[in-house]
Design a binder for this molecule. Structure first.
Ligand code: NAD
Length: 497
């Protein structure tokens, strides 16, 4: 059993306890409370912002090499506690231990390693004489204190995606994880301290979004709000930011299409659809949710997906044999179940799944892998984010129709196209309105490449050097090189002087 952090906030290098209401952290596979904490109220949040503001002048003045060194040490510290992080992530989210060990934790550590290197590679336009009388220089500068809010689906990874580009670029940060999954973020903060990252550079506050989260993002001392979560909350946050004139970075919901053309390798598409729709029990913003399949391959695809979904083993998240754990909470499970029930009431059919399992697993927030057919393109199950282990399959007749239907939702985070035809693949890559398009795969991400949405999925990029553009601002310095008092352009203003 991992040792959970002794307290719930990390402010100015000190672990502390909030003064607000008591909140539980629940293992969703059993319903057992594994940890409780007191939420951080507005006083703790103000103290965290103060600590980040105090730490900013010194941290922003460190060299890229100094920041890089600190992040390399952080990578080593996280490697030391990788197994504890994996077990804790599994305990608080219910995700299978294989996923925590093979995806969440190594992916997070690789991201730290990437930013340790990237800290030394800020790119910019060449300095030079764009006017004959001046030298122009571009400075890429940090912003100040970042206020960040993260969701529960990949708690450690989301913390890393927020904190690393921010501090690598010289900012300081106050991060609020989701209220039900605070533990690995606190362990990450403790690792930052052991790595020698100065007090106040990384601060963590915990508590409910409408209280702790609002106190954070409403502060006029925040230079930028960086939010990952649902589109609905993202819009509320955008309106607060608009009032304060705060810079914004929004990574919001998704409803990824999975387009299977008639020439696709069907075995690959079937395996890809099951893996991409069920990863993290479907609680992945890029998960495949809508499979558009050419009508000539539709029945074969549906039969293949249903057969494979039935082989997915539901079980205890700690068991390495388990393929799919519970959803993150009973509330989330009930939300998904109600959405599927409404889809069936409105004419869809569950080819497999469509219910919570009975027996031993009934004590947890489980839901069976679900494949739906017969849903209408305009229905809720096709248009809205489900965030559960549910795939809807719909047939199409032509390539144009497939792309039109794939793009016909408010979201634009991710999409995939399955074809052996290089021209079709390129057309799909260009036409699909999404921040990531996979060809003959769906889900893999990599630290060097950006992740972020289009349309209602938000704007701004996580991971990759593109995220530096979010966490820095560009300054143009224009220096006179003539040393002449009467400059030629003065003629325009006072011609006779
Ligand atoms: P959520 O929007 O309910 O909550 C996200 C975070 O916002 C939590 O920390 C929560 O406490 C906080 N919050 C909630 N209400 C708030 C308010 N009024 N003011 C300030 N903060 C508030 O989302 P969730 O249910 O935790 O996470 C799932 C959502 O996150 C899905 O929509 C998913 O698509 C999205 N997500 C997106 C990405 C991406 O990169 N685009 C990645 C992961 C998750």
């Amino acid at each position: 059993m991992p040792t959970y952090p002794p307290s719930s906030s990390y402010i100015a290098g000190e672990l502390g306890v909030g003064g607000g209401s008591e909140l539980p952290v629940v293992d969703p596979s059993t319903g057992a409370v594994i940890w409780t904490y007191r939420a951080d109220g507005s006083a703790s949040v103000a103290a965290a912002i103060e600590a980040a503001a105090d730490a900013y002048p010194d941290w922003s003045a460190t060299t890229p090499a100094e920041r890089s060194k600190a992040l390399q040490t952080l990578e080593t510290e996280l490697e030391w506690i990788a197994e504890e992080l994996a077990q804790t992530e599994t305990a608080q989210t219910g995700k299978p231990i294989r996923l925590s060990r093979e995806f969440d934790v190594p992916g997070s550590i690789d991201n730290v390693a990437f930013f340790a290197g990237a800290a030394r590679h800020l790119e910019g336009k060449a300095s030079g004489e764009y006017s004959a009388d001046h030298t122009s220089t571009i400075r890429r500068e940090s912003l100040g204190v970042i206020g960040s809010i993260a969701p529960w689906n990949y708690p450690l990874q989301m913390a890393v995606w927020k904190v690393l580009p921010a501090i690598a670029a010289g900012n300081t940060i106050v991060l609020k994880p989701a209220e039900n999954t605070p533990l690995t973020t606190l362990m990450f903060a403790e690792a930052c301290e052991r790595a020698g990252i100065p007090a106040g550079v990384v601060n963590i506050v915990n508590g409910p979004g409408p209280e702790t989260g609002q106190a954070l993002i409403s502060s006029p001392r925040i230079a930028m709000t960086s939010f990952t979560g649902s589109t609905a909350v993202g819009r509320q946050i955008a309106s607060v930011a608009a009032g304060n004139g705060t810079r914004l970075h929004l990574e919001l919901g998704g409803k990824a299409p999975f387009v299977v053309f008639d020439d696709a390798d069907l075995d690959a598409a079937v395996r890809g659809a099951v893996a991409a729709s069920l990863i993290n029990t479907g609680q992945d913003c890029t998960a495949a949710t809508r499979a558009y399949v050419h009508h000539s391959r539709f029945d074969e695809f549906v039969a293949g997906v249903a057969e494979l979904m039935k082989k997915v083993r539901l079980g205890a998240p700690t068991d390495p044999e388990t393929d799919q754990g519970p959803l993150v909470s009973f509330k989330q499970r009930d939300r998904v179940a109600a959405m599927v029930d409404r889809a069936i009431r409105d004419g869809a059919t569950a080819v497999t799944g469509g219910r919570a399992p009975e027996g031993e697993l009934a004590a947890g927030a489980y839901y069976e892998p679900t494949l739906l057919v017969g849903a209408d393109q305009r229905s809720e199950i096709v248009q809205d984010e489900t965030f559960g282990p549910v795939l809807v399959a719909l047939p199409f007749d032509s390539d144009d129709e497939a792309i039109r239907l794939a793009n016909d939702v408010p979201f634009g985070l991710a999409a995939s196209a399955w074809t052996r035809d290089v021209f079709r693949a390129q057309t799909a890559a260009r036409s699909l309105a999404a921040g990531t398009v996979w060809i003959n795969d769906h889900i893999p991400i990599i630290s060097e490449m950006p992740h972020g949405g289009m349309k209602s999925s938000g704007y701004g990029k996580d991971m990759s050097t593109y995220s530096f553009e979010e966490y820095t601002q560009v300054k143009h310095v224009m220096s006179d090189i003539t040393a002449v008092a009467a400059k030629p352009w003065h003629q325009t203003i006072f011609a006779n002087a």
